[in-house]
Design a protein around this ligand. Structure first.
Ligand code: HH2
Length: 283
């Protein structure tokens, strides 16, 4: 899944694709690099981000969804927490709704997806775990016990809510929400135990691309000498860390979709990891 943020303020690519023509060109580039799905988002969810009104989000994403739905064979996903945006995007050609609030931010989200499905749109939904909202989620994230078990229990509940709203379980993908209300140790536990979340029986999506926990591990943020300034920790430079996460997750057989900004490089990482895992399992 290639990331296409049509926002002025996303943490790693904000402002690059606000013009619909530039966004369309980037979408086509991501597909050429090997993306199977394009995830279009009009509201940043980075820590500290302010919410965007629905009319502004629609103004950003709709022209891009419309263009890509006709301009490429890759399915288009809409990254939104608002049912109004999800509905308009699906009517414009999107076939996946990626909701980082797991359907909780807007009580109409799951019923809207069910209604769209009933009217003939075979919409899939991605339900992600997060704790808190973007403005506050990284201030002091805590889990009462085992964070992985808490995330599993939460996601199981969200999948049940989707089913109750009328969305079949085979159309629900789950996501542990790396970086959303999680400290480094929480992210690492989740990344190391993805198979426990995958055991819930749903496809699993992983969004680790360029995220700040990578910079925390590599230590670039703490270095203060001149060279470190040259090598400062910029999100677009977290390629090696992103590739390591993806390779381990894919080789462990526990993820089905990886959401990435750097499709060509991550495609290589995934293919090599899969080949090694396949050879060592005799497949
Ligand atoms: N992460 C981001 C946005 N959407 N969706 C899912 N399912 N999983 C994720 O981990 C996820 C997501 C944050 O990354 P990005 O879109 O690059 O940044 P921003 O939210 O600042 O636009």
């Amino acid at each position: 899944m290639g990331v296409l943020n049509v926002t002025p303020d996303s943490f790693s690519d904000g402002g690059l694709y606000v013009d619909p023509g530039a966004a369309e060109a980037r979408g086509l580039e991501l597909v050429a690099e090997g993306a199977h799905v394009l995830d279009v988002g009009g509201e940043s969810t980075r820590p500290g981000a302010d919410p965007v009104p629905a009319d502004e989000e629609l103004r950003r994403v709709l022209p891009v969804v419309e263009r890509l739905a006709v301009g490429t064979r890759a399915p288009v996903s809409i990254d939104t927490m608002k049912s109004e945006v999800a509905r308009a995007a699906v009517e414009a050609g999107a076939v996946v709704v990626n909701d980082v609030s797991g359907g909780l931010a807007d009580p109409e989200m799951l019923p809207t997806i069910a209604a769209l499905r009933a009217s003939g749109h075979d919409v899939h939904v991605v339900l992600m775990h997060r704790q808190g909202d973007p403005r506050t989620m990284q201030l002091d994230p805590r889990y009462h016990g085992d964070p992985v078990r808490e995330v599993c229990a939460h996601l199981e509940g969200r999948a049940r809510a989707a089913l109750q709203a009328g969305i079949p379980l085979d159309r629900v993908t789950l996501d542990p929400g790396i970086g959303f209300g999680k400290r480094l140790e929480h992210n690492l536990s989740l990344l190391g135990r993805l198979q426990e979340i995958r055991a819930l029986g749903h496809p699993l999506l992983l969004g680790a691309s360029r995220k700040s926990f990578i910079g925390h591990i590599t230590g670039a943020e703490q270095q203060s000498d001149f060279l470190a300034l040259e090598r400062r920790d910029r999100p677009a430079d977290r390629l090696g860390g992103t590739a390591a996460c993806l390779a381990l997750a894919v080789a462990g057989g526990s993820v089905d979709v990886v959401r990435v900004h750097d499709v060509a490089v991550m495609r290589e990482a995934v293919l090599v990891a899969q080949a090694i895992a396949g050879a060592s399992s005799g497949a």
